[in-house]
Design a binder for this molecule. Structure first.
Ligand code: AKB
Length: 314
């Protein structure tokens, strides 16, 4: 029986991925962990443990206690927040990944999932249809940690045979939990403002195109990658995956169809510079060839789905 430990389970991706993994493997298979005790409120359906991912001994003892077979290591500090404390971001993002990879090397777990990001790309990366392999010169500490992490994943696979798999997520858009600390988060927050009838202040320029993905597609990509036969996985650093690309102006136009009085004002801050260093769109041919990746949601379909689930707060 699989026993799956998820770090950072209380986060935007973690809460939905934990649910999807519970639906697939059964509630008793899931050990959701988070540093934040309050996150436990989301996990009445499965085991929940407090875990600081820098605490290597506790991580190892949880793995032994619950006979864990797979770790989904999601805990990380994202791009915008990471710039406020670069050294701690590096420490948290890198040391925690190495703690998990070491469990793989010691054969204490069989499989690892670790997310990378489009933040691995930089100013000299081709902007359109960014290839899997190209110049990568990230400008944020988050991006640097993801690029180094990708190399560590490939290293642990090649040297020690650790079955670690990874995706370079675009901006992820969900409505079930708040986003936390990313440059792409405006595309999550704009829905709440539209529904609540508030003017939205956008921290990116109106024409700032970025690759994005609706959460159900991100969950599907993750589960498909983890299910793929080992021999089909030809990339052990991290796969490009893509779904949609849009700008703040594009998403605003879609929301106007539902809320004709919705107002937006553009007030770009330091996140605009981060976004400008990232690609507009991603070439994910390898994911499509290796494990049949296909996305389901475009911008219109995503917006319709999100708005059908959200109600005004007031
Ligand atoms: C961020 O904006 O930092 C993240 C990401 C693209 O990895 N959403």
């Amino acid at each position: 029986m699989e026993r799956i430990l998820i770090t950072g389970a209380g986060g935007q991706l973690g809460s939905e991925l934990s649910n999807a993994l519970a639906a697939k493997y059964g509630n008793e298979a899931i050990i959701a962990t988070d540093i934040n005790e309050k996150a436990g409120e989301k996990f009445d359906y499965c085991t929940f443990e407090i875990l600081d991912v820098l605490d290597k001994e506790r991580l190892e003892s949880l793995v032994e206690q619950y006979k864990v077979t797979q770790v989904y290591h999601l805990a990380a500090i994202l791009s915008a927040v990471g710039e406020k404390n670069p050294l701690f971001t590096w420490k948290l993002n890198m040391d925690s990944l190495l703690n998990v990879l070491e469990l793989g090397r010691m054969k204490k777990i069989n499989k690892i999932y670790w997310p990378s990001s489009i933040a691995v790309f930089g100013k000299n990366t081709p902007v359109d249809n960014t290839p899997q392999d190209c110049v990568m010169d990230p400008t944020t500490v988050y991006g640097i940690s993801k690029l180094a992490g990708e190399r560590w994943c490939a290293y642990y696979f090649e040297k020690y045979g650790v079955d670690v798999r990874s995706l370079r997520y675009p901006g992820l858009i969900g409505y079930k939990s708040a986003a936390g600390g990313g440059t792409t988060d405006y595309a999550v927050d704009i829905f709440r403002a539209a529904i609540d009838g508030e003017e939205f202040e956008c921290f990116l320029d109106k024409d700032m195109y970025l690759p994005m993905m609706y959460m159900p597609d991100a969950i599907k990509a993750t589960l498909d990658l983890m299910d793929a036969p080992k021999e089909d996985i030809t990339i052990r650093s991290s796969y490009n995956v893509s779904a949609i690309s849009f700008s703040p102006k594009d998403i605003y136009k879609v929301l106007l169809k539902y809320y004709p009085d919705f107002k937006i004002k553009y007030n770009p801050d330091f996140r605009q510079e981060i976004a400008a260093s990232w690609p507009d769109s991603i070439d994910d041919t390898r994911a499509r060839l290796d494990w049949d990746w296909q996305h389901d949601y475009d911008l219109e379909k995503m917006a319709k789905d999100i708005l059908s689930h959200l109600a005004p707060n007031k």
